[in-house]
Design a protein around this ligand. Structure first.
Ligand code: SIN
Length: 311
């Protein structure tokens, strides 16, 4: 049987498998990160961290149903020092992406500076799209994001990418791409959860999570069409050396194929990872390889970005 290669590059960073976890999904604690280190995921992204540890929002703050999830976690994390120290003495065989989500511009500067000192961190995923905090989400503010990136790249030497919120209009994706194209960012991750949905328990006639009166970010299968459309549009408008990491609605090998066909170079698994646990990476890898065998593709470069219009 033909050998199928599912390795990939995020800009110049090599991943032996294009499948990794999404920030926030089982990547907060020592145990969760150790499991990821020992798993078949192609890379690891940490929970988005802040300067100090945070407990996050009041519980219940996560709920899942058959085709989706809703969360308002509020960035519970153990603080940047924990994540930097965790990797310090470990033998690491895959790229490590430190996700950071400072609650202010100054906090983000601090976090990026700190990450720059760690040799174990391969790249920074700057999360500008958490929908569950009261502070402003910079990913939606085109004016501020440009100045912000300008300041970051005066001192930052680490490979850096940005986790973006979902956009619903072509002009918004075009405008943000024009800004991102001016800076040496190496990837974007799209999409973060769809902000401010509600899920209802019809028996109790109430919301299923407590923070923000039940409003939260929607993830899982239900958001896949929006993830795909964002990947597709960013693939059109971004510089070709800016890789796209697809995130949203992946629960099968076929879903991975769709993300890559739209232009993603790698994919992240969130809701399905939380649902299924660490074995999800072996299962998805197997399903994806079998799917590519059937399609007679030997590597993801055979079809990456090659989505055709209806004819
Ligand atoms: C959270 O901690 O609230 C989720 C993080 C995110 O959506 O960026």
């Amino acid at each position: 049987m033909k050998k199928i290669d599912i390795s990939t590059y995020i800009n110049k960073i090599k991943l032996t498998s294009c499948i990794m976890n999404a920030s926030g999904a089982l990547c907060t604690t020592d145990k969760e990160l150790s499991d990821l280190l020992n798993s078949s995921s192609g890379a690891i992204v940490t929970k988005s961290c802040t300067k100090k540890p945070r407990k996050g929002n009041i519980k219940p703050r996560y709920f899942e149903w058959n085709i989706g999830s809703i969360n308002s976690m509020g960035l519970p994390n153990l603080g940047i020092d924990f994540y930097l120290n965790f990797f310090q003495n470990k033998k690491i065989k895959k790229p490590i992406f430190l996700s950071i989500s400072g609650l202010s511009i100054e906090e983000n500067f601090f976090l990026i500076k700190k990450a720059n000192f760690s040799k174990k961190i391969t790249a920074i995923e700057l999360n500008l799209s958490c929908p569950n905090i009261k502070e402003e989400i910079l990913g939606n503010n085109l004016y501020k994001i440009s100045d912000f990136l300008e300041s970051i790249f005066k001192f930052n030497k680490k490979p850096l990418g940005i986790k973006l919120p979902p956009f619903f209009k072509e002009k918004h994706i075009k405008n943000i791409s024009l800004i991102l194209n001016k800076f040496p960012i190496i990837f974007v991750t799209c999409i973060n959860s769809l902000p401010n949905g509600i899920f209802i328990d019809i028996n109790k006639e109430n919301t299923v999570i407590k923070p923000k009166n039940g409003f939260g970010g929607i993830g899982g299968l239900i958001i896949k069409p929006f993830a795909l459309s964002n990947i597709r549009k960013f693939y059109t408008f971004l510089r070709k050396d800016i890789s796209i990491i697809g995130c949203g609605g992946i629960s099968s090998g076929k879903d991975i194929f769709e993300h890559i066909l739209c232009g993603a170079s790698a994919v992240q698994i969130g809701t399905q990872f939380i649902k299924e646990g660490i074995s999800v990476f072996d299962r998805l890898k197997k399903e994806f390889i079998i799917f590519l065998q059937k399609k007679n593709y030997s590597s993801i470069n055979n079809f990456k970005g090659k989505l055709k219009n209806f004819q």
